[in-house]
Design a binder for this molecule. Structure first.
Ligand code: NAD
Ligand SMILES: O=C(O)C(=O)C[C@@H](O)[C@H](O)[C@H](O)COP(=O)(O)O
Ligand code: ZN
Length: 360
């Protein structure tokens, strides 16, 4: 078992990576006397019994909420189903909510934990590549609004994260690729050597070769944990984790949640942000080609959805959470492994990038 610590003072927590399901002592050791597992209709039949069995203990009350599956259900209405279950069952403030599933389940469970009786304990058992390398770490929780992605939410750190890479064996390939987009992001913004490692090992990672996979989950969690420890609530450097997301979120919101997967939208978003960085003279076009090539090899899109207009991008991007005093801050590249958050770019250059990808 590999363990990475997220250092946040009295809210620090471990990320355990290994056979957390077959060797279930860590999951078993969750101390709360009331535990509710929150999952969805796809993940429940695969893993919920196993997790509930691990949690079973004399004197502990267990519950389970099974949510509908899909990004389209990442809403306040769905979170309200969790509240209704907890209230009907008279669960107290001592309850721990355990998110079992991908990022959608994790983000909603964390938000429910932040709100239920003004805050209860929360654990993450992520079962997609995306959630194992990104969303289970860092405490961003929340739901989508029809006008913007993740617009309603709270920072709520989990007490621990339990990652069992074996769960990825049941994950559809399209979802695996989507998770890989966030892995590429970590290399591009924070670690050139890691990016080179991904270029050299993309096939073995996506073939789920155990060593390659554990190494990638570990390195991505280390990078994310390091950034979050420096800037938990995104006052500064954490915004670099949003590389590609301003464009990507615009795609998700405009097409309708769930049409494109989050990782797919972020893949194109990263190419667009890199394109803008070239236009501003910050990086060489060769780097854009390397990013595009790695994403394409992983089966990810590198072009904007056909039919999406420049105006649709602009409208959605104006609502980005990184807008400050009316100016849209974007994450751009200074070099491989180095990102910068800035509102200091000519609007005409952004327009050129949008025009290049939209052709409307
Ligand atoms: N909080 C954060 O920091 C953060 C970071 C990145 C992304 N996100 C959010 O995460 C969400 C995307 O997460 P995701 O990519 O995990 O999508 P997801 O949660 O929708 O899961 C993808 C699909 O895989 C299924 N699934 C999950 N585990 C499985 C398994 N082991 N075997 C078979 N099927 C399985 C799910 O039911 C779903 O159909 C988006 O809403 C995004 O905004 C949050
Ligand atoms: O943890 C972060 O910070 C990130 O930005 C990680 C992103 O991959 C993730 O998609 C996040 O949910 C986006 O955050 P948002 O604040 O732009 O909604
Ligand atoms: Zn993301």
């Amino acid at each position: 078992m590999k363990t990475i610590q997220v250092d946040l003072g009295d809210r620090s927590y471990p990320i355990h990576i290994g056979s957390c399901f077959s060797d279930d002592a860590l999951i078993r050791s969750i101390p709360n006397t009331e535990v509710v597992v929150v999952t969805n209709e796809t993940v429940a039949p695969l893993y919920a019994d196993q997790v509930l069995a691990s949690l079973k203990r004399d004197g502990r009350r267990l519950g389970q909420v099974v949510l509908p599956d899909g990004e389209a259900y990442k809403t306040l209405d769905t979170v309200n189903r969790i509240f209704t279950y907890l209230l009907e069952g008279n669960f107290s403030r001592k309850v721990a909510l355990v998110a079992l599933g991908g990022g959608v389940v994790g983000d909603m469970t964390g938000y429910a934990a932040a709100c239920y009786q003004r805050g209860v304990d929360f654990y993450q058992i992520p079962t997609t590549l995306l959630s194992q390398v990104d969303s289970s770490v860092g405490g961003k929780t929340g739901v989508n609004h029809v006008l913007g992605k993740n617009m309603i939410g709270a920072f709520k750190q989990p007490k621990a994260v339990f990652i069992d890479p074996e769960t990825l064996k049941t994950l559809p390939n399209r979802e695996l690729s989507a998770g890989f987009a966030e892995v590429v992001k970590h290399g591009v913004i924070a670690d050139a050597t890691y990016f080179e490692h991904l270029e050299a090992n993309v096939e073995s990672i996506l073939a789920l070769e155990s060593d390659a996979l554990v190494q990638v989950i570990g390195r991505s969690c280390e990078i994310k944990a390091g950034v979050v420890a420096k800037d938990e609530t995104e006052q500064g450097v954490r915004a670099t984790l949003n590389f590609g997301h301003t464009f990507g979120h615009a795609i998700e919101t405009t097409l309708g949640y769930g049409q494109w997967l989050h990782g797919e939208a972020v893949a194109v978003g990263m190419v667009m942000a890199a394109d803008l960085s070239v236009r501003l003279g910050m990086i060489d076009n060769l780097l854009v080609e390397r990013v595009k090539n790695l994403l394409a090899v992983a089966g990810l899109p590198i072009e904007a959805p056909s039919g999406m207009t420049q105006n649709q991008f602009s409208t959605a991007m104006k609502r980005d959470k990184k807008v400050d005093a009316g100016a849209l801050r974007l994450v751009l590249l200074q070099s491989l492994g180095k990102a910068l958050v800035t509102a200091d770019y000519p609007q005409s250059s952004l327009d050129e990038t949008l025009a290049e990808f939209c052709r409307d």
